[in-house]
Design a protein around this ligand. Structure first.
Ligand code: ADP
Ligand code: MG
Length: 693
């Protein structure tokens, strides 16, 4: 494989654009991509025909506007290039069909933000994310808006949030005499996933319908041995990873690192970071490719946050920073962060933003799947806090306490063998418990779920940091001594928001109590986390930064609760069906066999020891009765919920249905450990997690 040649071979990227477009058109397109200039519509025709020609040379016959509706997935509608001409056809892509597409929006969630009679939605080209050819189709990244201009997707607000931060960050830079064309946020999302045998997957209704197991007794030889983490990669998995990398590279996705994760059958892929909207598109494509490549290998890729109870779940670390078009990373502390006022001001803005808007930041990662992870000793707690590490922590402490900062000795590590290199001890976080950690020259937001569209978290991050920048710029512009004035703002704001900084163990039991004392939010599930999004202050910030209108902000919160309610509803229905049609009958059959065995044993010889059978018969009969009763309760509670009213129904799902489901599960999992494997209707955790060799 010639990697440099393979890389981006399916992408209409910068070098292809340069080769195929007239110079003037190329320059106009680059001005939009690099400096955020509004796209000049008159170039669309030329770009479209070059794109089409290139796509056809890659075997494409169709094109699609590729968009990210509020389902959290991607959507596409394929049109062929053909246009009749006499009794022949020609291949055509007009400027208009590149720029705008029409799509029936009525079947996508809109949170009531669009009356159903106006079911028309439009997709509009996003020239800043490159088009690509996949399986005979030209994919054109687009935004999705309604007839009246309301956003119906995750990308339009993401782009708006990037515009907001660009505008405000440039004002901050200007205070320090730095001029640049564009400040873009950058993201590197690390993606965790499970790979399991397709054969076992197909036998489990819960995995097929819900993406996670609803039943399953714990492994006896579990992950406690942790021999999997960074362990040698199995042949079948290695083949998958090689294939996946090949595909990802061909689509220009900068797949960099791959390794085994903590749980058996769990793995991770980390890309090199890129501009946020490009990173989002790449991550959506990555998740799709993981699934389709796995299938080719007889495997299934599970992206759910918690496919297996008792086994570590999957997340997505969102590494985030801001950079100018001239290459300055705004979160680079430099050699002497203590005297780097610009850096300190940027850092302060982030700290302030996370504190002021911890509620919506938490809500941005809330989902039915992620609720199983956050705060469960495997992922960060549901409490938002900022980790700064030793060095920055000490600098901030000295500012808050008004003391001089004394620089700690730079520590170096060596393994104690003279030939081995000495490496500087990393001053930043190696403690993985913080939801929002400074890691050298970026923040790592670690609370995202593995199947999330990372737009959600980044829309909030960009918006709230833009807002903090705006407040600082309003105050500092026109000041004579910027250094002095900025340092005063830094000290004041760090003091005010000091409570959000937490440099110790986020898994420790003391943190919840301490956080409560500090007045930090601790919303443990989606139903409780989302309602803050309806608060005036939390809507206001979107409106002010031009990211959402009030209606859009409310609609997004409604949709999040609606999705949550739908997911729990499907899970509950699946559980009921599995228990009633598979588990209860299977246990009953097994008990019947035990009874027969008992009877025949007793017929042969009256005093033959039969305690094993008797005990099992009694125990399983009792558990099966209790299961039937628990299922009945679940069914009746579920039937009593009015699912039209999202706020009330999401509360009922979180506080009634989930506990009901836990009860059913506890009983069924116990029966699994007592029932003969010949009778148990599903593959066990062992079959699934140790099934790939
Ligand atoms: P880890 O210790 O978590 O493995 P790494 O330093 O290897 O962290 O980087 C993790 C991710 O952070 C990678 O995807 C990397 O591309 C990304 N990253 C590095 N710098 C930046 C940045 N300036 N902005 C956004 N992401 C970044
Ligand atoms: Mg990480």
């Amino acid at each position: 494989m010639n990697l440099p040649e393979l890389f981006g071979e399916n992408v209409f990227n910068d070098s292809v654009q340069k080769d195929t477009l007239p110079n003037e058109v190329y320059k106009a397109l680059r001005a939009t991509i690099d400096a955020g200039k509004t796209i000049d519509v008159s170039i669309a025709g030329t770009v479209a025909s070059a794109m089409k020609k290139w796509a056809i040379s890659k075997g494409a016959t169709h094109y699609t506007h590729w968009f990210q509706p509020l389902t959290g997935l991607t959507a596409e509608k394929h049109d062929s290039f053909i246009e009749p001409e006499g009794d022949k056809v020609i291949m055509r892509l007009t400027g208009k069909s590149l720029i705008i597409g029409e799509s029936d929006a009525s079947s996508f969630p809109s949170g009531g933000s669009r009356a159903t009679y106006m079911a028309r939605g439009y997709t509009a080209w996003d020239p800043t994310s490159p088009a690509f050819v996949k399986e005979g189709t030209l994919y054109i990244p687009t935004v999705f808006v309604s007839y009246t201009g309301e956003t119906l997707d995750k990308k339009a607000p993401l782009l708006r949030s990037m515009t907001a931060i660009d505008k405000q960050a440039k004002r901050i830079l200007k205070l320090f005499g730095i001029d640049c064309k564009k400040v873009a946020t950058t993201v590197g999302p690390e993606q965790e996933y499970f790979l399991i045998p397709e054969e076992e997957y197909l036998k489990r209704k819960d995995l097929r319908l819900c993406g996670r197991t609803l039943f399953g007794a714990p492994l006896t030889r579990g992950q406690e041995l942790e021999d999997h983490y960074f362990g040698a990669i199995k042949k079948k998995v290695g083949d998958f990873m090689r294939d996946l990398d090949r595909e990802l590279w061909s689509y220009g996705v900068l797949s960099k690192t791959k390794h085994n994760e903590v749980a058996p059958a769990q793995h991770e892929m980390a890309p090199v970071f890129s501009t946020t909207n490009v990173a989002v598109d790449a991550n959506m494509l990555t998740m799709e490719l993981m699934k389709s490549v796995a299938k080719k290998h007889g495997l299934v890729c599970l992206l759910h946050e918690k496919p297996f109870q008792g086994i570590n779940g999957s997340g997505k670390h969102n590494n985030w920073s801001m950079s100018t078009d001239t290459g300055l990373n705004l979160l680079n502390p430099g050699e002497n962060p203590e005297s780097n006022t610009l850096f300190k001001l940027v850092l302060t803005a982030v700290v302030k933003a996370v504190d002021d808007y911890q509620g919506i930041l938490r809500a941005s990662v809330a989902s039915a799947g992620n609720d199983h992870r956050l705060g469960a000793d495997e992922a960060p707690p549901a409490i938002m806090s900022v980790y700064l590490g030793d060095q920055l922590g000490a600098i901030v402490d000295s500012i808050v306490k008004g003391q001089n900062y004394v620089r700690g000795e730079k520590t170096e590590c060596s393994i104690g063998v003279p030939e081995s290199p000495i490496f500087p001890k990393d001053a930043t976080d190696r403690n993985r418990t913080s939801p929002f950690a400074f890691t050298g020259n970026k923040f790592e937001f670690r609370s995202l779920g593995s199947q999330a569209n990372v737009s959600d978290a980044n829309i909030v991050l960009n918006t709230i940091v833009a807002d903090a920048f705006e407040q600082f710029a309003d105050e500092l512009e026109g000041k004579k001594d910027i250094e002095k004035a900025a340092n005063a703002v830094i000290a004041r704001e760090l003091k005010k928001h000091y409570r959000i900084i937490f440099n110790l163990d986020g898994y420790g039991p003391e943190w919840e109590g301490e956080a409560a004392k500090r007045g930090l939010l601790n919303n443990k599930n989606t139903a409780d986390a989302v309602p803050v999004c309806y608060e005036e202050k939390n809507i206001e910030v979107y409106v002010k930064q031009g990211v959402y209108t009030k209606e859009e902000a409310v609609a997004r919160a409604d949709i999040r609760l609606e999705n949550y309610t739908k997911i729990i509803n499907i899970e509950a229905l699946t559980m009921i069906e599995m228990a009633k049609r598979d588990v209860i009958p299977a246990v009953s059959d097994f008990v019947a066999e035990l009874c027969q065995n008992l009877a025949s044993k007793q017929a042969v010889m009256e005093n033959l020891p039969c305690n094993a059978e008797k005990e099992l018969i009694t125990k399983l009969s009792d558990l099966n009765d209790k299961t039937a009763a628990a299922v009945k309760k679940l069914e009746s509670d579920l039937g009593g919920i009015n699912k039209e009213e999202v706020r009330a129904s999401s509360q009922a799902m979180a506080h009634v249905i989930i506990p009901d489901m836990q009860e059913v599960r506890k009983l069924v999992d116990e029966m699994e450990t007592l029932t003969s494997s010949d009778y148990w209707p599903y593959p066990t955790y062992f079959d699934i997690l140790y099934g790939v060799n």
